[in-house]
Each structure stands twice: as structure tokens, then as C-alpha cells.
Design a protein around this ligand. Sequence first.
Ligand SMILES: NC(=O)c1ccc[n+]([C@@H]2O[C@H](COP(=O)([O-])OP(=O)(O)OC[C@H]3O[C@@H](n4cnc5c(N)ncnc54)[C@H](O)[C@@H]3O)[C@@H](O)[C@H]2O)c1
Length: 319
Amino acid sequence: MSSQTHIGSSGVAIVGAGLVGLGWAIVFARAGLNVRVFDHSAELVATLPDKLKQSLADLERFGLIEGPDEISRRVTYCDTLENAVSGVGYIQESVLERVDVKRGLYEQLDDLLDEQTIVGSSSSGIPSSAFTEGLSIAPRCLVAHPVNPPYLVPVVELVPASWTLPQAVDQVHALMHAVDQHPIRVTRELQGFVLNRLQGALLREAWALFEEGYCSAADIDATISKGLGLRWSFMGPFETIDLNAPGGVRDYANRLGGLYLDIDKERTDPQPWSEELISRVEAERRQALPLGSLGERSQWRDRRLMGLAAHKRDMEAGE
Ligand SMILES: NC(=O)c1ccc[n+]([C@@H]2O[C@H](COP(=O)([O-])OP(=O)(O)OC[C@H]3O[C@@H](n4cnc5c(N)ncnc54)[C@H](O)[C@@H]3O)[C@@H](O)[C@H]2O)c1
């Protein structure tokens, strides 16, 4: 972690410690910061130390961290919201993706926070303007949207509301760098931000190809996992096409722009994912993976991500 002072130097708080909140606790504690965790479900909080221990043990096994005990000692579980947030420089809000739930929490935070504290929301798609309007803390609130689990997938989308102070975005950007995440700046609010818009474009085509009977769900998945996705773990779509024509991106656009335009013209009529369509995809997926095995398969995914993270670290160290 960078030795520079940043908003996390006085400690960070995680509010909402479900899938994503606990992942954030690992991100900050792994980087040497003190982390206070609050979730309003005492039942859930009781399970957190074991979950944290398990994830840290896996990370150590893959050579991605050292000193798991020291890391877990930096994480404190708080009984009240007030205890969690008082005096910290940064809060990573990770409560349910519902405007009313987020608004209720931000109204409480409005009464509790001092002038400096900045709040980043893990919101996947709700812009922060939907739950911060009119609050005195609003200029210090923004979206800091991670990917699950954030300690294995570093990108974080920073999305300001129109009233968010530019310095607040800069400070969260610096903090994310300091804790080894990869922040990207989205200049203003839009539905789904950038990551889920890109994912949405791909999903739209995946559902349509399946519905029209061109491919099984398994073969569509394989097209990504054995095809496009291999490059995507280290380069994005623009760099990909820049390398896929002898003259770079312009040459690619000249050669294949017409094909992509024709494809785009075929998809002019947005449709909801119908019940019938969802049932057909679900039937194929449940045959491949019974519902009761989702948790086990998620752990498999995380171990594959750990292997990939170790590989990327080693490759990037040698570049
Ligand atoms: N799961 C993902 O893949 C993913 C990825 C990126 C972002 N997110 C976003 O992160 C946020 C959290 O999602 P999640 O998947 O961790 O959900 P989750 O249901 O696993 O966790 C949410 C937690 O918030 C707690 N909570 C609710 N209201 C609270 C309050 N007022 N005070 C304290 N705790 C409260 C709940 O008890 C629960 O433990 C959402 O905004 C979601 O969209 C999720």
C-alpha cells in the first residue's frame, strides 16, 4: 500500500456486511487499514469472523496475502452504526440495492458524520442522487461500484452525482489506488454505469441468440469462457480490435464496421427477458448445476479467480 496519507488513514467503515461488504473489509484490511464493520443483522455478524478466516486462508494458500491473523485483527465488528462510523475518513456503504433502504441509511448518516467523511456506495445501478438529494452529506457521497468479490476483481467505478464535490471523487480515487483496487472515473450518472451497460449489451445478445435457437446456453457460455473471455482478463474491447487488424483500430473499423452495423440493425426492438425464456435457460442451467450446488460452485469461481490473480500479478511484475 502507498505510504501517502489518504481518507482511509484514519480508518474505514463498512456498512452492510453481506457478500460485497465483507469482501470490501478484506480489501481495506489487507492494505493495512483499520476497518470497522456494521450490519443490522446480528445473526449475520456472528458468522463473519469464520467467513473472513476462510477467505483469508484461501488467499494465503494462493500466495496472495501474508499474515492472515494480522489482517483479521484489523477488522472490528461494531454493535451500532454510530460506533462504526464515528471518526472514520471513509465509509463503504454496501446495504441492499433498494432506494428506500439506502435512503433510510443515508438519513441516519447525515446526523452522524463529521464534515470530512466521504461515503462511497457499492450500488450496482442506482445512482447516488436517488438517495442523497437534499442531505448535508450529499456533496461527499458518490457511487464506488465494485465487482464481486472486490478483493479478487479490482475494478471500481466511481460515479459522482451532479452535486458531488470533485475533490471527493479525487480522494476516493486516491484511496482505491492505495488499497490496490483499480478505480475508473465515470464523468456523470447513467443507468447501469459502465460495467453493467457492457455486461447488459452482451447479455442482451446472449438471451436473444438462445431464444432464437442458434445455440445452447452452454455453447454461448463456452464462446466466452473458451474464446473472447481469455483476452478480456487482460485487455478490453478497444485494445482487442486494435491488435486484430494489421493497421490497428482504424483498419479494423474499415474492414468490419459494416458487419457490426448490420448486426446492430437487427437488434432494434428491445424485449424483456420473458418468463418462458428464463425458464428455458434455467432448465439448462439446473441440469448442469443443481440449485444446491451454487454455493460450492461460487467457491470454485473464487479459487479460479485467485489462481488468475496470482498469474496476473506474476506476469505484470515481469513486464
Ligand atoms: N452481489 C454482487 O455481485 C454485487 C456486486 C457489486 C455491487 N453490489 C452491490 O452491493 C450492495 C450490497 O449487495 P450484496 O450482494 O452484498 O447484498 P447482501 O444482501 O449480501 O448484503 C446486504 C447487507 O446489508 C445489510 N443491511 C441492510 N440494511 C442495512 C442497514 N440499514 N444498516 C446496516 N446493514 C444493513 C443486510 O443485513 C445484508 O447483510 C448492493 O448495493 C449491491 O447492488 C453487489
